[in-house]
Design a protein around this ligand. Structure first.
Ligand SMILES: [Zn+2]
Length: 261
């Protein structure tokens, strides 16, 4: 839970008609935040507020939000800022929205092509203040939100902002088939969410591989209900497969680098 900080002690204000201001009720840290601390991702400026997985209650809306949000509604705010007008947005590729990064020219030079504007993720992605704060200004709020039904708690939906769709996407990209045996290297948050996404797509067997037993233990309910899902070494997995060693799908997930074979 957050709520400890306002930017320079001042709550954000509406700057554009399509803005909304939310009072943050929950937020999270991310492995991707490490890239800001270790300068793998350049462009952090003084007084920048981090945080790209957060949610809260709408306290103010600009005229351009046009009733898409109302005061008092609870929303999850996605990592990506969605303007909703460019070709990429129309195709549903919101992470590469071509109009929400107000520092697009800098990002084009640094990355080859701009990302969407991102919350709390340096000047290169627009310099938007993040969600590890008491209040946040949400640009293009008529598009940049996920409404939360009243019967769901913050803890049940917070991860929709970043980590759950990241894990889901890993499972989708691996094109998991019902007869596949799936091994996921790294049972951290992304690996956990990948496994928890996988039952919806079904697979024959799932294994989580991690040096930390406490992490693999957390995957048990989602590792196809097989007690042997808790393994920590490749050798152990091969012994459990009751057949020729080998996997149909391997998935490794670390921040900013993932691949499937
Ligand atoms: Zn767009």
């Amino acid at each position: 839970m957050c709520g400890a900080r306002r930017l320079n002690g001042v709550a954000p204000k509406i700057e554009d008609d399509r803005d909304a201001i939310i009072k943050v009720t929950a937020c999270a840290i991310s492995g991707s935040d490490l890239h800001l601390y270790d300068h793998f991702m350049p462009g952090m400026e003084k007084d920048a507020v981090m945080g790209h997985e957060f949610m809260g209650e709408v306290v103010e809306t600009g005229k351009g939000v046009n009733g898409a949000l109302k005061k008092g509604e609870r929303i999850v705010v996605p990592f990506t800022i969605i303007r909703g007008q460019c070709d990429q947005c129309k195709r549903g590729f919101f992470s590469v929205c071509e109009r929400s990064n107000r520092n697009k020219d800098m990002a084009d030079k640094a990355f080859g092509h701009t990302t969407a504007g991102l919350f709390g993720y340096t000047h290169l992605t627009g310099g938007y203040q993040g969600g590890q704060a008491e209040y946040v200004r949400v640009p293009f709020a008529d598009k940049t939100h996920i409404k939360v039904p009243e019967n769901l708690s913050d803890e049940q939906v917070l991860f929709l902002g970043d980590i759950f769709p990241t894990g889901w996407q890993a499972a989708v990209q691996a094109d998991i088939q019902p007869t596949d045996t799936v091994a996921i290297w790294g049972a951290g948050p992304v690996g956990q969410m990948t496994l928890r996404s996988a039952p919806a797509q079904t697979f024959a067997s799932g294994f989580a591989v991690d040096a930390a037993a406490v992490r693999t233990a957390l995957t048990m309910p989602w590792s196809n209900a097989q007690s042997e899902g808790q393994v920590t070494k490749l050798k152990s997995i091969k012994q459990l497969m009751h057949g020729p060693p080998g996997f149909d799908l391997l998935r490794r997930r670390v921040p900013s680098a993932s691949w499937a074979t």
